[in-house]
Design a protein around this ligand. Sequence first.
Ligand SMILES: [Zn+2]
Length: 264
Amino acid sequence: MYYFETSDSLPARAAEAALQWLFPMATYCLCCGKYINGSRSYCICDHCIQRITWGNVEIDLAEEARALGRPSALDSARACMKYGLYERRLIFDLKYDGLTYVSRAIANIMHDRIITDPRAAEELSGIDFIVPIPMHKEKEKQRGFNQAAKMAGHLARRLHRRHLPDALIRQKQTAAQRSITGQERYANMEGAFMVNPAEAAEINGSKVLLIDDVYTSGATAHTCAAVLREAGAAEVHFLGMATGNDFADGFFGLEKLRINRYNI
Ligand SMILES: [Zn+2]
């Protein structure tokens, strides 16, 4: 059952064809760079697509909140795959090459993740806005784009929802999250985000879907969700491409697995 309108209407197909003409999808695999003929799903070759740990991953927010001793600011958090070697490669291309078709391919993965999971489709069908996790202005200027905003824009177009790329502002450049523990990551994020005053009225009472490439400790997503809630958002959900979170549950192939930091 479809909870979202499909993208099969004539204008939607024409828009897709125009995009394809302007920015052709890759003829090289996004993970390994091998030549592909352009017909592969998500621009990923057969070898890599089999090695990506696909899954309808959900973060157990109640358990995460218990472990961290604080309530969750998110209503749900999901990802499309487990974060590993091949998944890292996809995100690396998006972040450092800035290729438009990479963000489109990832948005297509996210779109399919939502519409093929009845629970996700139902929970997210009432979403008003799609909001990317913002980068600090200086960092965005250096890189030239925010990869989360690129994904969010393509996903919004496919789901017929409004993209609000400037709804959140990152007002603090935070230290690299990689080297610190989960608890420290939350402290590190304090005061890092605010709701853009120009868009606060729209956020009030709305349902928001936050988008980012990876959900790791959840500190970034939770901090963004908390400021959106303070601004009156009725619901805040999160969707990422991949996760390595300790409280992520997912179906990978035939097996139901819990992800933890020791098996990625
Ligand atoms: Zn490949």
